[in-house]
Design a protein around this ligand. Structure first.
Ligand SMILES: Nc1ncnc2c1ncn2[C@@H]1O[C@H](COP(=O)(O)OP(=O)(O)OP(=O)(O)O)[C@@H](O)[C@H]1O
Ligand SMILES: [Mg+2]
Length: 207
């Protein structure tokens, strides 16, 4: 509000602008603390969630996450291709769907119009790996090391006016993967695309 008034006022002096900026930074700092505390709470609740895990179909959560993101993909004429073979994992269906939605959301956000996003799965022994492959802008090696940090956004993402965000998606995704004794691995080639893989232990260990 204060910022808005300062920016609207042509005659606002440097000191007024500086004050507005300082107050904004203070607000941002408070929000950051709030969000960090929320993460702590979530982690506590998440450890309780484990007691309520049920068998979850990987195909089902994939198609639910695709349904969640279809309209965003459509506005960019991006083709979503589902090549996931079913497997069962133990988990919280809503959170796992949210995790895949976060990966798909990134794939869509950081990809050019008319590109293709493919979701595949691979079973090896007692684990299943679900991967979202995109043909987007990619992540530089230096940035790749930080993408799971809260509020981190690579330069390439921050400078794009069409790709806004808080830099929280992947930290939430990692939290959900951790609770499920799983992990997320991201590989990327600048200008070529990114692959984000979710690895989970399977519940049905036969075949
Ligand atoms: N598929 C991708 N292609 C290119 N860059 C990516 C991709 N996924 C993540 N990134 C990079 O990692 C950063 C962190 O991703 P994350 O999902 O945590 O945040 P965000 O997408 O910027 O914001 P939010 O998810 O909170 O809306 C992004 O800002 C972007 O720089
Ligand atoms: Mg994101």
């Amino acid at each position: 509000m204060e910022t808005e008034v300062a920016l609207l006022d042509d005659k606002a002096g440097k000191s007024a602008l500086r004050a507005a900026l300082a107050s904004n930074l203070e607000e941002a700092g408070k929000l950051e603390t709030l969000i960090n505390n929320l993460f702590k709470l979530t982690r506590l609740e998440a450890s309780e969630l484990e007691q309520h895990f049920t068998p979850v179909s990987v195909s089902k959560i994939t198609s639910d996450a695709m349904t969640d993101t279809t309209s965003r993909a459509k506005t960019k004429s991006i083709r979503l291709v589902n090549e996931v073979k079913d497997a069962t994992v133990m988990g919280d269906r809503t959170s796992l769907t949210q995790l895949l939605t976060i990966l798909l959301d990134n794939a869509i956000k950081y990809s050019p119009d008319k590109s293709e996003i493919k979701i595949t799965s691979k079973r090896s022994g007692s684990i299943v790996v679900v991967t979202v492959h995109d043909q987007g802008i990619g992540i530089e090696p230096e940035a790749l090391r930080h993408v799971f940090e809260r509020f981190y956004r690579a330069d390439a993402a921050r400078t794009r006016s069409d790709a806004s965000g808080f830099g929280l998606g992947l930290s939430i995704a990692k939290l959900i993967a951790d609770v499920h004794n799983g992990s997320i691995t991201i590989t990327s080639k600048m200008g070529k695309g990114t692959s984000a893989s979710l690895e989970l232990p399977v519940a049905d260990t036969k075949a």
